[in-house]
Design a protein around this ligand. Structure first.
Ligand code: NAI
Length: 346
């Protein structure tokens, strides 16, 4: 039997992967992602677990121990979106998982698909977002009635770690430039430290061009001239916001995949959330999760299968009849999924 190519020593073949379908549009798009993965022939044994609203309903907790154990054991996970209540209720399960497993690098490639209009010019950039600290530290308190504080935590350790990741990623993926995005003119200590670390790491990579932009200016430049960007290195909150902006440049959240990478494992999920406004209506675009699944295959060393998926997605999107409503089409989630599967099989 042909030995599988394996990137990481912990990966076993056939691959055992934790699956969390999520809520909102999660189950609909996960169905598609599973069918697409099966069509590539990749041998994956799914270890299905629950989290978020479903887990609260069934087990009274948003992040059951069995789910954590499964990710700990399998070291690779594919996840649909999970709803987080706004302004009340439980903390984001997405953030908890990233912190629990130290999935410190959130990688989000944003690339225009040739078939879709490039209103903003060709876009081909990668967001590298620090995933474990910043204002997502969850440290909030009431100082006195009407006065609250949220603590922004930036550490040298995490900032060096993410900067190293960004430059190494650039080197390994033939990227030419890393732009650190910050607000160090105002947050001199926290963003100042982040920048300091980025500069320190940049010196080790003389072949990769390094520059810096203040976050508000970066947003304008992204809209005016996205091709000036290559890799964007950001703290947690800026990374979250700029990701959605960048998604808007190429046609929306339905298209942008993501991976949360750590030293001992990784979890793949779309950039978008649970989209409650369209949940259960077969209107969701499954491409973002399908491309996240392709990133997962890359991670497992199954590059051929991953490329098959990306090629099929491009072909399918070139036909208007297969596009979902977010891309101006009328196709359902299922119809788009079936078209991708058919393309892979053909
Ligand atoms: P969202 O990303 O769910 O939706 C924003 C807009 O984009 C909506 O109009 C939605 O219909 C549209 N959209 C998103 N994904 C789409 C898709 N695949 N196809 C077509 N249209 C799509 O953001 P929102 O509304 O701010 O958050 C909803 C919930 O999702 C919240 O509870 C939030 O906390 C959670 N969330 C979860 C994430 C995760 O699981 N990693 C990430 C972001 C948000």
């Amino acid at each position: 039997m042909k030995k599988p190519r394996v990137n990481h020593p912990w990966v076993k073949h056939p691959y055992r992967v934790t699956l969390i379908r999520g809520d909102g549009i999660g189950p609909e798009i996960t169905d598609v992602a599973l069918q697409v993965l099966a069509a590539t022939g990749a041998k994956i044994q799914w270890d299905e677990q629950i989290a978020g609203l479903r887990a609260i309903d069934r087990l009274g907790t948003p992040l059951p121990e069995a789910t954590l154990q499964s990710i700990r054991k399998n070291k690779v996970a594919l996840k649909g979106p999970l709803t987080t209540p706004v302004g009340k209720g439980f903390s984001s399960v997405n953030v908890l998982i990233r912190k629990e497993f130290n999935f410190y690098a959130n990688v989000r490639p944003v690339k225009s698909l040739p078939a879709l209009s490039d209103r903003f010019g060709p876009v081909d950039l990668v967001i590298v977002r620090e995933n474990t600290e910043d204002l997502y530290s969850g440290i909030e308190h009431i100082v006195s009635p009407g006065v609250v504080e949220s603590v922004k935590v930036i550490t040298r350790k995490a900032s060096l770690r993410i900067a190293n990741f960004a430059f190494k990623y650039a080197e390994q993926n033939g990227r030419k430039k890393v732009t650190a995005i910050h607000k160090a003119n105002i947050m001199k200590l926290s963003d100042g430290l982040f920048l300091d670390c980025a500069r320190q790491v940049a010196k080790k990579y003389p072949k990769i061009h390094y520059d810096e932009l203040i976050v508000d200016n970066a947003c304008m430049q992204l809209v005016l001239n996205p091709s000036r960007f290559d890799i964007l290195l950001l703290e947690n909150l800026y990374g979250d916001i700029v990701s959605d902006l960048a998604a808007g440049l190429i046609g929306g959240l339905g298209l942008v995949p993501g991976g949360n990478i750590g030293e001992s494992g990784a979890l793949f999920e779309a950039v978008h959330g649970s989209a409650p406004d369209i949940a259960g209506k077969q209107k969701a675009n499954p491409v973002a999760l399908v491309l996240s699944a392709a990133m997962m295959l890359d991670h497992l060393g199954e590059k051929k299968a991953a490329d098959k998926i990306r090629r099929a997605v491009e072909k399918v999107l070139s036909q208007k009849k297969f596009r979902t409503p977010d891309l101006g089409g009328k196709a359902t989630t299922k119809e788009m999924g079936e078209a991708i599967v058919k393309r892979i099989r053909s």
